[in-house]
Design a protein around this ligand. Structure first.
Ligand code: 5GP
Ligand code: ZN
Length: 120
């Protein structure tokens, strides 16, 4: 838990979010400013600031994170049409909230330009 972290506050139910999935390890909710018809954020409950802070032993957790994203893609009917998973890392990587999270975007044809980041 990081005191002034908005995602920790959502995890602790101190801030509102439209939660679509929860388990012991992850929470997923709708992005407040969606860049696509489906725009979910899948967030480990443990506060890890950025992708660059991951340790080797976090690899299985990151695998499960992608598993949760794939399950959500299926439940939001994106698995056939396609979708995009994005992790922004650090200031120049476009990260705004410094609690590791995976964006799941879909529901329209996303821009193929990877440099546009969220691809909305
Ligand atoms: P980042 O740029 O850090 O990868 O993405 C942060 C994302 O969190 C942005 O897409 C932004 O719209 C979303 N976001 C920021 N604050 C909140 C909030 O309080 N609630 C929700 N649901 N999303 C938020
Ligand atoms: Zn946090």
């Amino acid at each position: 838990m990081s005191a002034d972290c908005i995602f920790c506050r959502i995890i602790n139910k101190e801030s509102e979010a439209e939660i679509v999935y929860e388990d012991d390890e992850f929470i997923a909710f709708k992005d407040l400013f969606p860049a696509a018809p489906v725009h979910l954020l899948i967030v480990p409950r443990r506060h890890i600031s950025t992708l660059a802070d991951l340790e080797a032993e976090d690899a299985p957790m990151m695998g499960r994170l992608i598993g949760v994203a794939n399950d959500l893609a299926r439940s939001f009917n994106l698995d056939r049409s396609g979708y995009r998973l994005v992790i922004n890392c650090g200031k120049e990587g476009g990260q705004v909230v410094f609690h590791l999270h995976l964006h799941l975007l879909g529901g329209k044809a996303l821009s193929p330009a990877i440099a546009e980041g969220r691809g909305g």
